[in-house]
Design a protein. Structure first.
Length: 366
């Protein structure tokens, strides 16, 4: 059974940790991973009897419940230090947890920048041998990963689509690293004989919704995987148009690095454009000497954007919060200033009014 969803909702996926990494931790700490355990909370002020479902096994705990890939915090480093039998290892780990300039810098360089997780710390400090029960207590819980749903229940009533970038890279120390959830999903390709089950739930996103009236125009800015919720929006509006009902204009500004390598849902988007469902504008940042981004497309089509805003269009942004969303916001302000004949202060007030009336909505991450 598939939960009823609406455009803009998120699906939360509970991933599994890499099985090889779990085995490595078991071997390094000398434990039998299939031993049945129950970890009990002795804190009288907590309402939880167990930090995770018990009884269980070390293997299950390390695979499903414990975050073994995030760099440990300073308080964890301090607790781990006591289990180092070599004085150099103990002194080094203790220094990483110190609230001094040197300690903070060393922690930032060795743990954060190098992205060292618990297994790599165990490898680099050979004398460190913490008891597994304390490791399970110290490390945080493995969290669900949230993805914008990239489909509309009108077109796919029995399934939920996800658009995610596979994360694989090398850390500054030269070690391979990968995203926990994307690498988990990568292996789950169903066949006629293989079927996979993944625990998920849907999180409503009331702050990222299509207009109630289908006749209201929408402007969507979504480079890279930021196009995910807009695929759902477009599928929804395409169904309205195909039913012969009136629908507002749908404008999509999409961007990626290379057209031939990174264009997500290219055939589908081009087909929607050919059918007149959307007006499609594309930016490629690495296909020419001049880097073209979605904010440049907005600048080139400023008159269109202002005309639609005057008609009451809703403006949506999805994707990177650190750079893209900020640049898009600034470009939107410039368009409102130039074509609305406003001072900056008045343009900012106009944008705030759009936000307050849910005409300017963002689904961004850093």
């Amino acid at each position: 059974r598939v939960a009823i969803t609406a455009g803009g909702d998120h699906v939360a996926i509970y991933p599994e940790n890499n099985k090889t990494l779990v085995e490595q931790i078991g071997n390094r700490l000398g434990i039998e991973l299939d031993t049945v355990i129950s970890l009990d909370c002795i804190d009288e002020f907590t309402s939880k009897k167990h930090p995770f479902p018990c009884p269980t096994t070390y293997r299950t705990a390390l695979t499903h419940y414990i975050d073994i890939t995030t760099p440990p915090r300073t308080n964890v480093m301090k607790d781990l230090a006591q289990y180092a039998t070599d004085e150099n290892d103990k002194e080094f780990l203790t220094k990483l947890s110190c609230n001094t300039v040197e300690g903070k810098n060393q922690y930032n360089d060795w743990v954060v920048k190098d992205q060292r997780h618990i297994m790599q710390i165990l490898e680099d400090c050979p004398s460190l041998m913490p008891p597994i029960d304390h490791v399970l207590e110290l490390l945080p819980r493995l969290q669900a990963r949230y993805y914008s749903i990239a489909s509309s229940p009108k077109l796919h009533p029995r399934s939920i689509h996800v658009c995610a970038a596979l994360v694989k890279y090398k850390t500054t120390s030269g070690r391979p690293a990968e995203g926990v959830c994307t690498s988990f999903l990568e292996k789950m390709i169903p066949t006629e004989t293989d079927e996979y089950k993944v625990p998920v739930f849907v999180r409503r996103n009331q702050g990222f919704r299509l207009p109630r009236k289908a006749t209201v125009p929408i402007i969507m800015v979504g480079p890279g995987t930021g196009v995910a919720p807009f695929r759902g929006f477009i599928q929804h509006r395409a169904s309205i148009i195909r039913d012969g009902r009136e629908c507002g204009e749908n404008v999509l500004f999409f961007g990626c690095r290379y057209a031939k390598k990174d264009y997500l849902y290219e055939n589908e988007m081009r087909q929607y454009a050919d059918e007149g469902v959307i007006q499609l504008y594309e930016a490629y940042s690495r296909d020419s000497e001049k880097k073209v981004y979605v904010q440049h497309l907005m600048e080139d089509n400023a008159m269109l954007i202002w005309d639609l805003l005057e008609k009451g269009a809703h403006f949506y942004v999805c994707g990177d919060a650190r750079h893209m969303a900020r640049d898009v916001h600034q470009q939107l302000l410039r368009i409102i200033q130039d074509y609305g004949k406003m001072e900056l202060k008045d343009a900012e007030t106009f944008v705030i009014s759009m936000e307050n009336s849910f005409r300017y909505q963002k689904d961004v991450w850093s």
